[in-house]
Write a protein that binds this ligand. Structure first.
Ligand SMILES: Nc1ncnc2c1ncn2[C@@H]1O[C@H](COP(=O)(O)OP(=O)(O)OP(=O)(O)O)[C@@H](O)[C@H]1O
Length: 257
């Protein structure tokens, strides 16, 4: 179960009155969201509820029609997506370039080289590369990939590939990590393993995730926001939202299900 705490840690990402129209169609309307440091926040809702659109708005892949987004105290409503990523909010697929023929260590090193721009600085002293190796090994250890250090990405299980993707995302050292259906297409064993990794990752960062697997949401998420037809239907911890009759109706079509 997600740990219960007396107080919420600081807000790192917030949205107020967020909205998006596509032509005459309102896909997202009046969404308020607060994502906290060291917390896992789930965005759930039926198909077409607006979850992906909210993700695209927060990461600035889409420009909001209405509302305001704040990241680490800075208004990013009009900021470009690449700048938002550099400011500390990254999305899992954005830079999850996992190269199948490279090993786990090589993949993480490539990801670490990108922000450091070491790739083009061939005159860098060897000590810089040593530092890179050190950071890569810490990251790999944090994500439980040490036994697979020299395994090619192509030979990893599906679940471990997702973990490696998350590791490459963390190379940018984000304060806020957005994960779009991280458990999609996984068997139960991998789901449990990846859930454990996400919990670990969130000890030092905020995680916002879209997730359809409600067992995972119940297990690891501290906060849950339920969207329906682009608007917030309910918000709170899992116990609160899962017993909300409106949520049950939205999900099951009947209050008694
Ligand atoms: N570029 C677009 N142009 C027009 N309508 C769009 C666009 N993107 C999304 N929509 C509409 O906005 C609504 C919300 O879609 P969105 O993909 O955000 O929902 P979702 O909750 O992520 O759904 P799913 O769980 O199926 O992925 C849908 O009705 C969708 O058809």
């Amino acid at each position: 179960m997600a740990p219960v705490t007396d107080h919420e840690p600081r807000v790192v990402l917030s949205a107020r009155g967020l909205g998006k129209d596509f032509g005459g169609f309102t896909a997202v309307n009046n969404v308020d969201l607060d994502v906290h440091h060291a917390r896992i926040h789930a965005l759930i809702g039926p198909n077409g509820a607006g979850k992906t659109t909210v993700f695209n708005l927060l990461t600035k892949f889409l420009q909001p029609t209405r509302g305001k987004i704040t990241l680490l105290g800075t208004d990013i409503t009009r900021t470009r997506p690449d700048k938002v990523a550099r400011m500390g909010m990254v999305r899992s697929f954005q830079i999850s370039a996992v190269f199948p023929h490279l090993t786990v260590l090589e993949n993480v090193r490539v990801a670490l080289q990108r922000p450091a721009e070491l790739a083009v600085q061939f005159w860098q002293p060897l000590s810089a590369l040593d530092r890179l190796n050190g950071r890569a090994e810490v990251l790999i250890e944090e994500l439980g990939l040490t036994p697979y250090l020299n395994t090619r990405a192509a030979d990893l299980s599906y679940g471990r590939k997702r973990v490696l993707e998350i590791a490459t995302t963390l190379a940018l050292d984000p304060e806020v990590l957005l994960l779009d259906e991280p458990m999609a297409g996984m068997g139960q064993e991998d789901v449990q393993m990846v859930a454990g990794i996400i919990r670990e990752v969130a000890r030092h960062r905020a995680v916002l995730m879209v997730e359809h697997n409600l067992n995972v949401v119940a297990d690891i998420c501290h906060q849950v926001t339920v969207l329906q037809r682009g608007e917030i239907l309910a918000h709170g911890d899992y116990a609160t939202v899962s017993t909300d009759p409106r949520v049950r109706t939205a999900y099951m079509g009947t209050e008694d299900a």
